[in-house]
Unconditional design. Structure first.
Length: 477
């Protein structure tokens, strides 16, 4: 019996292979990196553990939560959330706390924020418009002044394009249901019950980093007969009629192998998948694939003396520095730190291949991170004991205006193959969260086991699965 071939050992690929192996279905999982986890992997260096940026475990999907809990058990910690925004040389709590924001920006600026918000609400009431871009959506919910202060700079750092070119549907996924008024009400009155997803103040987390969960899942797959082949880069899909017959994979030594399968689930970038089809896809399909872009991620991982800040992570909205976010893993789990005197942090940059950030050497990036953290007055350069750089190309799909046209072409083309299903964030070119990615893998696998799910419907309502309360677990320590 030919196995199911799964490409990519990130959250969705591992979830698919886990489901198949659990039900005694032969499965082969191919991963180009030397370890599993994808963007959710955890690296070890000098006794410290680093995630690829902060990964918060939070979901209202009870099956996903039970999967985390059952696999990790006592190693799943309950972690209090503290995140702040760095803007204009000051820190603001996120979600915004009215008094903190008032004293931070000053009463005059605060008045302008509320005036901007209410004037926009009046305008929308009498002349409603449908938001097209991210900027349109945020201005409609928060007013233009708050958009310019707390949304514009950070968002454009992350995506590398103006907010007017980012689709409004992306905003709906990330901050659905939140407005200036709801943020104010939640901060002042602290209502119980359902919370807006951006207002969640607690999450769960694996004791040894996000990758701990995926490494545990990988062991389960192998214990149940599945094969995981690391260092395999898929370069092509050989097809005949309405079926994919095999994948061509390049090994670390440069040799290639061809692996036949009964079905193929892939979380690799959708554009790479389609452009690697053999025979080649029609010209209009190739053009559509070339019309989609991915954003790259560069993490500067530092071991620093002491614990420089109390946050899990900080959003950096300041224009004076290039970095967009910084994460402190000791504040996720003390077990990620090498000892009580040192702390692992990641300074994050987002870029396109070949731009000024990606083109710098590792040594230059470490120095840049040290300089910019010092400029923010978060820590001094001499606190940095060591550092290294982790580069991840095609990390995030860029949801820019007009992308739907290209996606429609690609979905029509791949839809003709009965045994091929993209899964996960990059495979489906959808800004899914970790729990959404896991669900796409589980459902795609269940379709092969006889169910009939529309995997593309996961997160179609633009609902971020982060409401409700965190069940009681071990406390972070």
């Amino acid at each position: 019996m030919e196995p199911v071939v799964v490409i990519g050992a990130g959250p969705s690929g591992l979830a698919a292979a886990y489901e198949l192996a659990t039900h005694s279905t032969p499965v082969v999982l191919l991963e180009q990196l030397p370890q599993v986890g994808g963007l959710s992997r955890t690296l070890q260096k000098d006794g410290a553990r680093f995630d690829v940026g902060p990964h918060r475990f939070f979901t209202k999907n009870t099956e996903v939560f039970d999967l985390w809990k059952n696999l990790l058990q006592e190693d799943l910690l309950s972690v209090p959330r503290l995140t702040r925004i760095f803007y204009n040389k000051k820190f603001f709590y996120y979600p915004l706390a009215p008094m903190n924001a008032l004293f931070g920006v000053g009463p005059l600026e605060a008045g302008q924020i509320f005036l901007s918000y209410f004037s926009n609400r009046v305008k929308e009431r009498f002349s409603p418009t449908q938001p097209v871009s991210f900027e349109d959506w945020v201005v409609s919910q928060f007013g233009r002044r708050l958009f310019e202060i707390f949304f514009k700079t950070y968002t454009e750092k992350v995506w590398g394009i103006p907010c007017t070119q980012i689709g409004a549907d992306w905003a709906g996924q990330r901050i659905k249901g939140l407005s200036l008024w709801t943020a104010f009400v939640n901060s002042v009155f602290k209502p119980q019950g359902n919370k807006i997803k951006s207002l969640v103040d607690e999450f769960v987390f694996p004791r040894l980093g996000a990758g701990m969960f995926y490494e545990t899942m990988a062991r389960h797959i192998e214990q149940h007969g599945g094969k995981i082949l690391l260092g395999r880069t898929v370069t092509g899909f050989r097809h005949e009629g309405d079926r994919i017959r095999s994948v061509v994979a390049r090994n670390g030594d440069g040799s290639t192998e061809e692996i036949e399968g009964s079905a193929f689930l892939t979380s690799a970038p959708l554009t790479e998948n389609v452009m690697g089809f053999l025979p080649q896809a029609p010209p209009e399909v190739m053009t559509a694939a070339q019309g989609l872009r991915y954003r790259s991620h560069v993490g500067v991982d530092l071991i620093v003396e002491g614990n420089p800040f109390p946050d899990n992570w900080i959003y950096v909205h300041s224009r004076e520095v290039n970095l967009a976010r910084v994460a402190n893993y000791r504040n996720f789990s003390a077990a990620m730190a090498p000892d009580e005197r040192r702390t692992p942090i990641t300074v994050e940059y987002f870029c396109f291949p070949g731009d000024a950030i990606m083109s710098r050497s590792d040594e230059e990036l470490v120095e840049l991170a040290k300089t910019e953290m010092h400029r923010m007055k978060v820590m001094k350069p001499d606190q940095v004991l060591s550092g290294f750089v982790l580069r991840n190309e095609k990390a995030y799909p860029v949801i820019e205006l007009g992308y739907e046209t290209h996606m429609n072409v690609l979905r029509r083309y791949i839809g003709q193959f009965r045994n091929f299903q993209p899964i996960g964030r990059c495979g489906m070119f959808r800004y899914n969260n970790q729990d959404h990615a896991i669900v796409t893998g589980l459902l795609a696998a269940r379709n092969l086991l006889g169910s009939k799910y529309d995997v593309w419907s996961v997160n179609i309502e633009a609902e971020y699965h982060e409401s409700g309360e965190v069940p009681p677990l071990n406390q972070s320590h």
